[in-house]
Design a protein around this ligand. Structure first.
Ligand code: PGA
Length: 253
């Protein structure tokens, strides 16, 4: 059985008080309402990791996540945050290669390879994002492109290392647009990705890999998306900023 995961990506939102209030609401609702075996992750801005982490201590099915980290271990990189720093404040997951980082900060598959390595070396799990633009989909190159993102950033890993990677398929045209992929489109890509992983690591590793869908997932469409055989959960942006919506998504399996 693969781990089901619903991860919230808060992006650059919320002040400290708002962040703590949202976390408390999520903790209480998960405790009261979530019975299954879903792993919840909240990926918060760096400055709130410690204080949000404290609120999560009582709730073992909610993990602490970050949204990025630097690729180098330490040194003269003013303003950057290292994997060791994240690990030292209790971070368990790190989103890597989100399309916003690829687009606005020029993150390449090559750079992400280094980030994946350092996150794994520090005992955390990367949530590795991949996905195509609308133009790439219309050109019919989306399957090759997304598989290649995995090949170039992940396929140097040993099977043991790869077992700690979570994949998030996020079609760029669906992120923050209100235009979600259909469940068929999501399933089709997830199945391709799983077959691609199997071609490198074998069926057992591929079957055990959690592949999340992201892009305008909400309480209205999550059940249909999560009902697909290769969709193991979601990476949720906008809807993770409202506790009720986030919880309803978590309860959509
Ligand atoms: P969205 O964002 O749910 O707001 O579309 C998803 C993401 O970017 O991770």
């Amino acid at each position: 059985m693969r781990q089901k995961i619903v991860a919230g990506n808060w992006k650059m939102n919320k002040t400290r008080d708002e962040a703590l209030a949202l976390t408390s609401e999520i903790v209480n609702m998960v405790r009261d309402e979530v019975r299954g075996d879903v792993q919840v992750v909240v990926c918060v801005p760096f400055v709130y990791l410690t204080s949000v982490g404290k609120l999560l201590e009582t709730q073992s099915n909610i993990s602490l996540g970050a949204q990025n980290c630097h690729q180098k271990a330490s040194g003269a990189f003013t303003g950057e945050i290292s994997a060791a720093m994240l690990q030292s404040v209790g971070t368990q997951y790190v989103i890597l290669g989100h399309s916003e980082r690829r687009q606005y900060f020029g993150e390449s598959n090559e750079l992400l390879k280094d980030k994946v390595n350092i996150v794994l070396e520090n005992g955390m799990k990367p949530i590795f994002c991949c996905g195509e633009t609308l133009e790439q989909r219309e050109q019919g190159i989306h399957f090759d492109l997304v598989c290649n993102q995995l090949t170039e950033s992940l396929f140097h890993l040993t099977p043991e290392q790869f077992a700690n990677v979570v994949i998030a398929y996020e079609p760029i045209w669906a992120i923050g647009t209100g235009k979600t992929a259909t469940s068929d489109q999501a399933q089709e890509m997830h199945a391709k990705l799983r077959a691609h992983i199997a071609s490198k690591y074998g069926a057992a590793v591929a079957d055990a890999t959690s592949i999340l869908y992201g892009g305008s997932a909400n309480p209205g469409n999550a059940r249909e998306l999560f009902g697909q055989s290769d969709v193991d959960g979601g990476l949720i942006g906008g809807a993770s900023l409202k506790s009720r919506d986030f919880l309803d998504i978590i309860k959509s399996f």
